[in-house]
Write a new protein. Structure first.
Length: 241
C-alpha cells in the first residue's frame, strides 16, 4: 500500500514537474498584470491630499474627503475691469489636468460680509481663469461666475433665499467650459458658457476668497474629476474605422 502510494505520487510529481513551469509563468503574468492595473488605478486616483496649494491659507484641514479652510482675509481673484486693480492672492487647492474633463464639488460656507465666496476654479495662468460658485453680496446668496482673459467679467444669479450648500459642476469641452449648479446633485441647470483655450493644461480645484472681510470658514465635499475623451479624436475615429 505504501509502495503503491509512493509510486502514484511519484508519477503525479513527474506530471506536475512537467506542467509546473507553464503554470508558474502564467501565474507570474497574471500577478504582474494585476500589479500594473492597481498601479494605474493608484496613479489615476484623485485625492485631496495629493493636490497643491496656490496661496495656502493659514488654517485648513482634510478629513474623509472633505476640505475645510479658514479663508484668508482681504483676498481675491480679479483683473483690472471696473475696479481698476488686480489681485491674485486667494486660497486655491488644485491639480493639473490636460484635455477635456468634468469637475464638480459640493460647497458650503459661513459667509459673513460682502463678496465672501467659494467655488471651483479653472486656471491656465494669471490672465486666463474661471472662478465660479456662490458669492454673498449685500445680504443675498448669488450663483456667481467670473471669467478672466486679461480683464475680468462677472455674472450672477441671485437666489431667493439662503441655501445650506450648492453643487457646482464645470464641463470642459474643446475651447469652451459649461458651468452648472444644483441643489441635490441630480438636477443641474446651466448658468454660464464661456471660452477657455483648449489644448492647454489647466489648474483645476477649489477656491475661496474674502475681499472685504476678516475671513470665514468654507467647506468642500465630494470633489471629483472625470476624464472625458477628446471630441476631435472621437470624430476622427468615427471617420477612420
Amino acid at each position: 500500500m505504501a509502495k503503491g502510494w509512493l509510486l502514484l505520487n511519484a508519477k503525479q510529481f513527474a506530471i506536475f514537474a512537467k506542467v509546473k513551469p507553464p503554470i508558474i509563468r502564467n501565474m507570474k503574468r497574471y500577478i504582474f498584470t494585476l500589479i500594473l492595473s492597481f498601479s494605474a488605478m493608484a496613479l489615476s486616483a484623485q485625492s485631496l491630499e495629493h493636490m497643491q496649494w496656490f496661496n495656502e491659507p493659514e488654517s485648513w484641514s482634510i478629513s474623509e474627503g472633505r476640505l475645510t479652510m479658514d479663508v484668508t482675509p482681504q483676498s481675491d481673484y480679479w483683473r483690472i475691469s471696473h475696479y481698476g486693480f488686480t489681485v491674485d492672492d486667494a486660497p486655491f487647492l488644485y491639480t493639473l489636468r490636460g484635455g477635456e474633463f468634468e469637475v464638480k464639488v459640493k460647497i458650503s460656507g459661513d459667509y459673513k460680509v460682502r463678496f465672501d465666496q467659494a467655488g471651483l476654479m479653472l486656471r491656465i495662468d494669471k490672465e486666463n481663469y474661471i472662478k465660479t460658485g456662490i458669492e454673498y453680496v449685500d445680504g443675498k446668496y448669488n450663483l456667481s461666475a467670473v471669467v478672466t482673459h486679461k480683464t475680468s467679467d462677472w455674472s450672477v444669479i441671485t437666489l431667493d433665499k439662503p441655501v445650506d450648500y450648492v453643487w457646482i459642476k464645470a464641463v470642459r469641452r474643446l475651447d469652451a467650459v459649461e458651468i452648472f449648479y444644483s441643489f441635490d446633485d441630480e438636477n443641474y441647470v446651466m448658468m454660464r458658457n464661456c471660452w477657455l483655450a483648449d489644448n492647454s493644461p489647466v489648474m483645476v480645484g477649489m477656491m475661496a476668497a474674502c475681499p472685504d472681510g476678516n475671513g470665514f470658514k468654507a467647506t468642500f465635499e465630494h470633489f471629483t474629476i472625470k476624464h472625458l475623451p477628446d471630441q476631435r479624436r472621437l470624430e476622427w475615429l468615427k471617420n477612420n474605422q
